[in-house]
Design a protein around this ligand. Structure first.
Ligand code: 5GP
Length: 189
């Protein structure tokens, strides 16, 4: 008889564009092999240095429409004029094998996920909007117009941070990573 497998947890991590979510998460994940980062699907154009199947599943509008029609998403949202969605299969395969699924989504997506389950929820906040503006400008991946629109969305997202169980202010990268490790140890070990 196959022993019953414990379900893994869903971990939602949100934070405004440019706050440094990737830099905080990547080295921490290397220390938690039981946590799998769920790849989202998006209609956003691929940036230089990004790869399909590594950073996102990059989709055309028609392909994204088909995924919606086939009920493939746990949630999907319009973010910064593009569509992004969490794939049900990706998350289910991870948690059904007893691993934990970390999904990096925006605050609207978190509100939708919360209707189905109670994930561990972590918000990464910038020290200030001025610092966020500087980081978005320095990374040189968005046009000035896109930066303005991402900052406007950031203001709204910051208002939702109280919906999350934990908030980490990314003032110092090493300290933010330390706090994330503490939270994950407390919740998962
Ligand atoms: P970026 O284009 O900078 O990679 O991501 C823009 C925003 O989309 C970020 O806030 C990120 O968290 C969010 N995002 C990425 N994947 C998903 C997803 O599957 N669902 C939702 N709702 N938001 C996502």
């Amino acid at each position: 008889m196959t022993p019953l497998q414990h379900l893994g947890r869903i971990i939602v991590l949100s934070g405004p564009s440019g706050v440094g979510k990737g830099s905080v998460i990547a080295p921490v994940l290397a220390q938690f092999p039981t946590i799998h980062l769920a790849l989202s699907a998006t209609t956003r154009p691929q940036r230089t240095g990004e790869f399909d199947g590594t950073h996102y599943h990059f989709k055309t509008d028609a392909e994204f429409d088909q995924l919606i029609q086939d009920s493939c998403f746990l949630e999907w949202c319009h973010v910064h004029n593009h569509r992004y969605g969490t794939l049900k299969d990706t998350v289910n395969t991870t948690i059904q094998t007893g691993h934990h699924s970390l999904i990096e989504i925006d605050t609207q997506g978190f509100k939708k996920i919360r209707q189905h389950c109670t994930p561990i929820s972590i918000f990464i906040a910038p020290p200030s909007l001025a610092v966020l503006a500087e980081r978005l400008t320095n990374r040189q991946t968005e046009s000035p117009h896109d930066i303005d629109s991402r900052l406007a969305v950031a203001k709204v997202e910051l208002e939702s941070q109280t919906d999350y169980t934990y908030t980490i202010v990314n003032l110092d990268l090493a300290e933010a990573q330390r706090q994330l490790i503490e939270i994950l140890k407390k919740e998962l070990i």
